[in-house]
Design a protein around this ligand. Structure first.
Ligand code: AHR
Length: 331
């Protein structure tokens, strides 16, 4: 009896621990090395897009289509229509089709992590582009090759720094957040809010998601303009929502750029034109052109080179001082 307890107790304890970890959604302790990538051509590459409702997403998809032939990639492409659940099932179907490599922007930080582990188990290497996943659930360098993308926290900080200067440290701000649960929304909020917090004259009076979409941004702004007529500034997590907000501000009889100062992130053609028109104050670039750098990274990985866990993309900044010379950057 005593002898049995010595063996069964630790077993039960570890089984309970495993069950708790699984229930909490913690990644399994899979210490297997990352799957290798073949150097064959063509290589079957799955690209699972989140949605195609804005110029940024279209530019990102085009960047992969443009690089495919040059890189020797035969693309399998899907569009999740703004649904994290659909993106997960799109990726599962690519795993079932036995693609050689998966490249995708995870729409949200948590729901897309388990499918990365599934790909690893199936022997398919993964490169994340643009957005990252929650590192407590899947880890760059261990569960997937790397994350290629911008520093979203820094983007938010740069937007805040410009706004603080432009408003002499005094503003009542409406923040239009990106898609709930997306790393781009979480980090752009953190970078901006933390910077604003150390300036007593800067006050965020409302913060709500516009799902990175123009019409949703317009609708949210329309409602918030009614409940917060005292607003003097808008920080939008992307250009589409900023352009939606500009439409709502005009419809409310106010002048964007005069009555309300706006700052945003992306660098789309529409936003650069809005800077030229004096309606948008400034824009932090966020590059969507991940095709060439993903190709280069995959080829290095296939050769056996060591890959950094975060390949950071550097972003420009646009305001009225450089917008004329920068119009060619817009997409
Ligand atoms: O993740 C990047 C963001 O997602 C871009 O700012 C936005 O336009 C897109 O939908």
């Amino acid at each position: 009896m005593l002898h049995n307890a010595r063996w069964t107790r630790p077993l039960i304890v570890s089984m309970v621990a495993l069950a708790c970890a699984a229930a909490a959604g913690v990644a399994s302790a899979d210490d297997a090395p990352l799957p290798k990538l073949s150097q064959k051509k063509p290589l079957k590459v799955g690209f699972a897009q989140t949605e195609s409702n804005n110029p940024w997403r279209l530019a990102e998809t085009k960047s992969f289509k443009d690089v495919a032939a040059k890189c020797g990639w035969q693309m399998v492409m899907t569009d999740a229509n703004s649904s994290a659940a659909k993106q997960v099932s799109d990726i599962r179907s690519m795993i079932a089709q036995k693609v050689d490599l998966l490249v995708f922007p995870p729409r949200e930080e948590k729901p897309l992590a388990p499918v990365i582990l599934e790909a690893k188990k199936a022997g398919i290497p993964v490169i994340l582009v643009d957005r990252n996943v929650d590192q407590s659930l899947a880890v760059a360098g261990k569960d997937y090759i790397t994350f290629i993308g911008s520093d979203f926290i820094d983007q938010g900080k740069r937007a805040a720094d410009w706004l603080i200067k432009a408003t002499n440290g005094n503003a009542k701000i409406i923040e239009l957040e990106g898609s709930t649960g997306a790393s781009a929304a979480n980090d752009r909020k953190k970078g901006f809010d933390d910077e604003i917090a150390s300036h007593s004259g800067m006050q965020i009076i409302a913060s709500q998601s516009g799902d990175f979409a123009r019409d949703k941004g317009r609708q949210v702004m329309e409602t918030l303009l009614q409940s917060h007529p005292e607003v003097t500034a808008v920080y939008a997590h992307n250009d589409e929502m900023a352009l939606g907000a500009i439409a709502a501000i005009k419809a409310a009889g106010k002048m964007p750029g005069k009555d309300i100062t706006l700052v945003s992130i992306d660098g789309t053609k529409g936003a650069l034109e809005a800077i030229k028109a004096g309606e948008l104050g400034a824009d932090v670039q966020s590059s969507p052109f991940f095709g060439p750098i993903s190709c280069e990274t995959a080829q290095k990985y296939a050769k056996g080179d060591k890959i950094d866990t975060w390949i950071k993309v550097s972003d420009k900044f646009y305001d009225k001082s450089n917008v004329d010379a920068s119009m060619k950057d817009g997409y």
